[in-house]
Ligand binder design. Structure first.
Ligand code: ADP
Ligand code: MG
Length: 522
């Protein structure tokens, strides 16, 4: 049996690690980087280019370069966060037949699963080149806040890339695992992960070698890209005031602005001021126009105040869900490239009232944790036990669009739970059960996972026919639903009724295998 590798499939950067003895080891990619930009582009010949080479050609090929595809995976075009991507991305987001958000490249609609598969295939190759043997199994990390659809889609991306995804692991849990293998004494951790696209906060307890997630919260629409956008607006507004031209409508200028914005943001993490220099950015009747200005750290922090404030509420919620206060937290782990920004560190310090842990590499710790988890699954590491939780309520829609919760948020997984429902009409012969995931009381405000039709019910007066719905949530946070009719009181035998699932998102098994063959042909 080959090795199971650990992959951090990030919004912005991905990283692969493997267990070397009982130490996780990050593997360099073919370009020498320890992380790989999560970017895929298609060249004029229609071939996919992944990673650093894709990032390099982004300015000249913006419409065929996809970054941040993780913000689209498992989401509908109608989702407000997808609408935000559409407003700001140079590539074209289109609706698939079922409303899923896909990307159009030169007239070919490509699913986020397929695009992510290219990144996973690259990470697979990185590991294979280092190990000198085929790699077919992986543990892949996802934000703790990912719902069932997003997790399933990530698993499907693995399948397209020729990887059996042995585990879907929450990123903060992965970070805690990597930290905890060397710090096994009993303690409480807060993992504060601000990456390029998402913010996650988890409170964990390590007790006698058992890692337990007590609560998890986050914001799937808050990340480094939003900070970049603030700088882009700052620069573009200044330019518009000076020259009366909006740079944001020109994709090449926008791409150059984005690169410069990110560079300035990163520089301002160590310097107090930085120079932005973009010659020949636009032109008017008077000739070419250049953008030159200085940006101060204070100016950046003031412009990003609203984004920084949005870090507070999820932290407070996670603390309260974990029934603790900041004083109960022993260690704060800062994860994700954005936690290098001093204002972000100050915010974390203000919330948790303690300095973050030293010696944690925010770019690598998640992949390292995934490698540790693969060691737990493969049996190399036995003393570690992992208990994770589900971040959302899961339930079904009942009368009045109410959400009847079957598995509450923050329940330890794997878990199986059941609930009995009664029919609402006389002689009802079938019931349609709509499954939702989310923390709103109104069902349709939550994520709709699918619809089950339970047929062949015995005709009975309303309320007399009863249906038992069972939810099984596996250790990856992926849900399976079954339902059966329960006899009405008289002690008669249980009758299994037929269940049919109509999934409302994702790819079919045939689509996954066809895409997998295409990827192999390259
Ligand atoms: P993801 O988990 O989304 O793949 P990363 O953890 O790699 O993301 O973080 C990427 C984000 O971190 C980007 O927005 C990047 O600009 C930002 N970043 C990286 N280094 C720094 C730094 N030194 N200062 C501020 N932001 C940084
Ligand atoms: Mg990350």
């Amino acid at each position: 049996m080959g090795r199971i590798v650990g992959i951090d499939l990030g919004t912005t950067n991905s990283c692969v690690a493997v267990l070397d003895g009982d130490e996780p080891l990050v593997i360099h990619n073919q370009e020498g980087g320890r992380t790989t930009p999560s970017m895929v582009s298609w060249n004029a010949e229609g071939e996919a280019v992944v990673g650093a080479s894709s990032k390099r050609q982004m300015v000249t090929n913006p419409k065929r370069t996809v970054f941040g595809v993780k913000r689209l995976i498992g989401r509908k075009v109608s989702d407000p966060s997808v609408q935000a991507v559409i407003r700001t991305s140079p590539y074209r987001v289109v609706a698939a037949r079922n409303g899923d958000a896909w990307v159009d490249i030169d007239g070919t609609a490509r699913s986020p699963q397929e695009i992510s598969a290219h990144i996973l295939a690259k990470m697979k190759k990185v590991a294979e080149d280092y190990l000198g043997e085929p790699v077919t199994e992986a543990v892949v990390t996802v934000p703790a806040y990912f719902d069932d659809v997003q997790r399933q889609a990530t698993k499907d991306a693995g399948a397209i890339a020729g990887l059996t995804v042995r585990g879907i692991l929450n990123e903060p849990t992965a970070a805690a695992l990597a930290y905890g293998v060397h710090h096994q004494h009993n303690q409480r951790l807060a993992v504060f992960d601000l990456g390029g696209g998402t913010f996650d906060i988890s409170i964990l307890a390590i007790e006698n070698g058992v890692f337990e997630v007590l609560a998890t919260h986050g914001d799937t629409t808050l990340g480094g890209d939003d900070f970049d956008r603030v700088i882009i607006d700052l620069l573009a507004d200044g330019f518009a005031a000076q020259h009366g031209l909006d740079l944001r409508v020109d994709t090449v200028a926008l791409q150059r602005l984005k690169e410069a914005a990110e560079r300035a943001k990163i520089e301002l993490s160590s310097a107090m001021s930085t120079d932005i220099n973009l010659p020949f950015l636009a032109a008017n009747s008077g000739g070419p126009l250049h953008l030159t200005r200085e940006l101060q750290r204070g100016e950046l922090e003031r412009a990003c105040r609203e984004l920084l404030e949005r870090l507070d509420a999820p932290c407070r919620q996670a603390l309260s869900d974990a029934h603790c206060t900041a004083a109960d937290i022993d260690q704060v782990l800062l994860v994700g490239g954005m936690t290098r920004m001093p204002a972000v560190q100050e915010r974390a310090l203000a919330i948790f009232k303690k300095a973050p842990s030293k010696g944690v590499n925010p770019d690598e710790i998640v992949a390292m944790g995934a490698a540790v988890h693969s060691g737990v699954m493969g049996g190399e590491l036995q003393e570690v036990v992992l208990l994770d939780v589900t971040p959302h309520n899961m339930g079904v829609k009942v009368t009045g669009d109410r959400m009847s919760v079957i598995i509450p948020a923050n329940t330890s997984i794997p878990v199986r739970a059941k609930k009995v429902f009664a029919t609402t009409e006389d002689r009802q012969t079938f019931v349609a059960i709509e499954v939702f995931q989310g923390n709103h009381d109104g069902a349709s405000k939550n994520r709709r996972l699918g619809r089950f039709v339970l047929g062949d019910l015995r005709p009975a007066p309303r309320g007399a026919a009863k249906v038992e719905v069972s939810f099984t949530l596996d250790a990856n946070g992926i849900l399976e639903v079954t339902a059966e009719e329960v006899s009405a009181g008289e002690g008669g035998p249980r009758k299994a009724a037929s269940v049919q699932l109509e999934a409302s998102s994702g790819l079919t098994a045939d689509e996954i295998s066809a895409l997998g063959k295409q990827l192999l042909l390259r």
